[in-house]
Design a protein around this ligand. Structure first.
Ligand SMILES: Cc1ncc(COP(=O)(O)O)c(C=O)c1O
Length: 371
């Protein structure tokens, strides 16, 4: 008999926790392999090139100081980001991945009975977090696989506190344009916080990136932009992301965070990673080539993948769970999308050329097995 369940807040007890991509070690155990050698993980949109060598060196240098608490204000990292984006350092706030910002935003802005507007096929964490704060999510249908920003505007009610636009969007890999974003910000009511989740933005060539900082700098609407070191910078394991917003928003977020929410090794690595333009460029090159390789390969196998601008590709497949299992048996881990409300879709992250080839080989065998 559970001692705790009857004591829990009822809206918490009924929640289902986030289902993360499976760790490579767990799959190795399941397959009865001694180690992870030969297993390819393309399930969590990580950077297949790994962390930049400069970040790795910074982490090694940080080891002897790990008995000290980190800088609770992430001073040097905030300075580096402020310089990069030409904003003042009181407009930047670091977090334990930008996942933490999803929680902090709800904590700071949402109250029981409020709602959060988001696209139906988008990052599930926002919906989970809204529920934690006793709030509803309004899930807005998309136009095909892309956000319908007009429909999102129409879905806003007097109880809406936050609207989230993932751009590029996970798990569809699509994006909305600069003109779409500008029009959206112009029309969104001033009593709604607009969050642009740009976890994948730096993976795009600079000329293709959408600028939301201009809206933040203009300070006419409450706009927050989120970015992360987990994707383009290959530091997902360290958990470091950041919010950029007007100083009064940053003040509020600082009130609801833990005092030491970003560890010292993460801060050191992130500062160094920001300086490694060559690694970022190599990542973009790998993705450009990898997407072409994967799209062509999947189409040749009769699949219909969604055109992606980023480091993962979504494709429809009726027996998604069966396909995922058949690929796992062949040492390739991908992500079934049932947890994202897409039970007949699978998402594969773009890996190195070798990993992509291993995925396509395994996929062609798995498709025969499932025929
Ligand atoms: C759209 C989106 N936002 C935020 C995150 C969280 O990133 P972080 O690792 O910084 O917490 C992810 C991670 O997969 C994501 O896909």
């Amino acid at each position: 008999m559970s001692l705790f369940a009857p004591l829990a807040n009822p809206w918490i007890a009924s929640q289902r926790p986030y289902q993360p991509g499976r760790p490579i070690e767990e799959v190795a155990r399941e397959l009865g392999l001694g180690d992870v050698e030969g297993i390819v993980k393309l399930a969590s949109n990580e950077n297949a090139l790994g962390p930049s060598p400069k970040a790795q060196e910074a982490m090694r240098r940080a080891i002897p100081k790990m008995h000290l608490y980190p800088d609770g204000g992430s001073f040097y990292l905030r300075q580096a980001l402020a310089k990069r984006y030409r904003i003042s350092d009181d407009m930047v706030m670091l977090g334990c991945g930008c996942n933490e910002h999803a929680v902090l935003l709800a904590h700071a802005f949402m109250d029981k009975g409020d709602n959060l507007v988001v696209s139906e096929r988008s990052f599930v964490v926002y919906k989970l977090v809204a529920a934690l704060y006793h709030c509803h999510s309004v899930e807005v249908p998309m136009r095909g696989m892309t956000h319908d920003l007009d429909a999102m505007l129409k879905a806003i009610t007097p109880r809406t506190k936050v609207v989230v636009v993932g751009n590029p969007n996970n798990p569809t890999g699509t994006m909305v344009t600069q003109a779409d974003v500008d029009r959206f910000v112009e029309r969104v009511p001033a009593n709604v916080v607009t969050v642009f989740d740009e976890a994948y933005m730096e993976l795009l060539d600079p000329k293709d990136q959408v600028d939301t900082l201009k809206h933040m700098k203009a300070a006419k609407k409450p706009v927050v932009t989120l970015r992360t070191f987990s994707k383009a910078y290959g530091l997902a394991g360290l958990r470091v992301g950041y919010a950029m917003a007007q100083p009064d928003a940053i003040d509020l977020l600082n009130k609801v965070r833990q005092p030491f929410n970003v560890n010292a090794m993460a801060q050191a690595a992130a500062v160094a990673a920001l300086e490694d333009e060559a690694h970022l460029e190599a990542t973009r090159r790998m993705l450009r080539e990898g997407r072409i390789h994967l799209m062509e390969g999947m189409r040749k196998l009769g699949l219909d993948p969604v055109e992606s601008v980023t480091n993962f590709i979504l494709f429809p497949f009726k027996k998604a769970a069966g396909l995922t299992a058949a690929l796992t048996k062949r040492k390739v881990i991908v992500r079934p999308m049932a947890g994202f409300g897409l039970p007949e879709h699978v998402r594969v992250s773009v890996g190195t050329a070798k990993e992509n080839a291993q995925f396509l080989r395994a996929l062609s065998e798995a498709l025969i097995e499932l025929e």
